[in-house]
Design a binder for this molecule. Structure first.
Ligand SMILES: Cc1cc2nc3c(=O)[nH]c(=O)nc-3n(C[C@H](O)[C@H](O)[C@H](O)COP(=O)(O)OP(=O)(O)OC[C@H]3O[C@@H](n4cnc5c(N)ncnc54)[C@H](O)[C@@H]3O)c2cc1C
Length: 379
């Protein structure tokens, strides 16, 4: 079978690119070794956000782009993406002063642009104490509230895949690509007895990208650093609204109630993983760490025990290799194009759930695939 483009990986980026190329008239095949959305795209914090904390590392371009994507996703999938208020209490012991966080939040509002109707504000301490009975009251200096998007990451990825399928894309899940060859005239990809060919191959395998380029001897100008993140889940709603909390070590983590599942999600952690992606598992020390951090904010009656944790997930962030601490690594993505004659091979390094729209458009532009312009002819 011959396609215009073959994509390896059906995470949010592979599905988003498939949809974008199909909309531009391309015949696209997506191959995944597992299930649609079964990788990092179903193990995220489920936020459609610019990333308030990336302002601290001055990733202004990324934040602005992600906030523009947030606005577009709110309009495109209102049943899957909605705005939620996030509360940020600042205690006497908090590592960052209130004025600094307030400045960051106001900048976040401004970067969201003039269409942003969700404005941040300060919340009275008494009101906060009334609404959040599980949270400690002593030592609170200020409480801030800002807004961000919340989604169901797996449902969103599957929805984007469905949209791509409606435009004619073919998805094959649970496949092992045994052999891949390419020259100036095209690619040939073998799955069992089937052979697929195309002029374009896109490697959108997220955290597996380095393992894939090594296995199939594909070229690559970058590498990724694999940084795992764990979330723990408890039954019921620990807080009425999501919270953005700081650790003593200056990290931040979220407590996110999910009324639709009657559970609360807490996370995340950050640890560099030197081994193979498939070997990374949740470690007891990560669960203990998150329980300790959240308990530091809770009154004794609401503190969590190990037995309260109903499940835990681990995902791997595919971050473009650069120097520095895992927490401070940039979330920007890189498109790595290699051309041989008529053949184009593109590696996707990095890319957040939120930014799949702008990433997909950039991929189309990089490959020189233009939008279809329809001209209405008058009789
Ligand atoms: C803990 C954590 C929290 C996060 N929170 C957020 C958040 O709140 N908001 C946000 O915007 N982003 C968040 N992110 C980032 C975001 O989730 C990821 O960057 C994004 O999901 C990556 O998508 P992807 O499509 O590139 O990779 P993946 O979703 O991992 O997809 C890669 C796919 O490739 C497939 N694959 C692997 N090897 C092969 C092969 N040999 N052949 C074929 N297929 C293969 C896999 O099966 C997988 O389905 C978070 C990440 C983590 C880890």
């Amino acid at each position: 079978m011959t396609y215009d483009a073959i994509i390896l990986g059906a995470g949010i980026n592979g599905c988003g690119i498939a949809r974008e190329l199909a909309e531009r008239g391309q015949r696209v095949l997506v191959l995944d070794k597992g299930a649609i959305g079964g990788g990092t795209s179903s193990r995220s914090s489920r936020l459609i956000h610019g990333g308030l904390r990336y302002l601290e590392t001055r990733q202004f371009g990324l934040v602005r782009e992600a906030l523009a994507d947030r606005l577009e996703l709110l309009g495109r999938y209102p049943e899957l993406v909605s705005m939620r208020p996030f509360y940020l209490p600042i205690y006497r012991t908090s590592p960052r002063p209130a004025w600094r966080l307030w400045t960051g939040i106001k900048l976040y509002d401004a970067l969201a642009g003039q269409h942003n109707i969700y404005r941040s504000r300060k919340v009275a301490r008494k009101r906060f104490a009334r609404e959040f009975p599980a949270l400690k009251r002593e030592g609170i200096r200020a409480v801030l509230r800002y807004y961000d998007g919340k989604t169901n990451d797996l449902a969103l990825t599957k929805r984007v895949a469905e949209d791509a399928q409606e435009l004619g894309c073919v998805f094959r899940e649970g496949v092992d690509v045994q052999h891949m060859a390419w020259d100036e005239t095209g690619f040939e990809v073998s799955v069992g007895k089937k052979k697929y060919s195309s002029h374009i191959l896109i490697n959108a395998t997220g955290p597996w990208i380095d393992e894939v380029t090594a296995r199939y001897h594909l070229p690559s100008r970058f590498h990724i650093r694999k940084v795992s993140g764990i979330h723990i889940f408890v039954d019921g709603l620990l807080t009425p609204h999501p919270m953005f909390l700081q650790t003593e070590g200056k990290r931040v983590f979220f407590v996110i109630p999910e009324p639709e599942r009657d559970q609360t999600m807490i996370g995340t952690t950050e640890r560099e993983e030197p081994g193979r992606v498939d070997d990374v598992v949740v470690q007891e020390k990560d669960i203990d760490y998150l329980i300790r951090e959240v308990n530091a904010y809770l009154v004794p009656d609401h503190r969590l025990q190990r037995t309260d944790i109903t499940s835990a997930t681990v995902g791997i962030r595919p971050l473009v290799e650069q120097k520095g601490d895992a927490t401070d690594l940039s979330r920007e993505y890189e498109l790595d194009l290699h051309t041989r004659g008529q053949t184009q091979f593109l590696n996707i390094f990095g890319g957040k759930l939120t930014t799949y729209l702008s990433l997909s458009r950039r991929v189309a532009k990089t490959l020189g695939i233009k939008k279809i312009v329809s001209i209405a002819l008058r009789a």
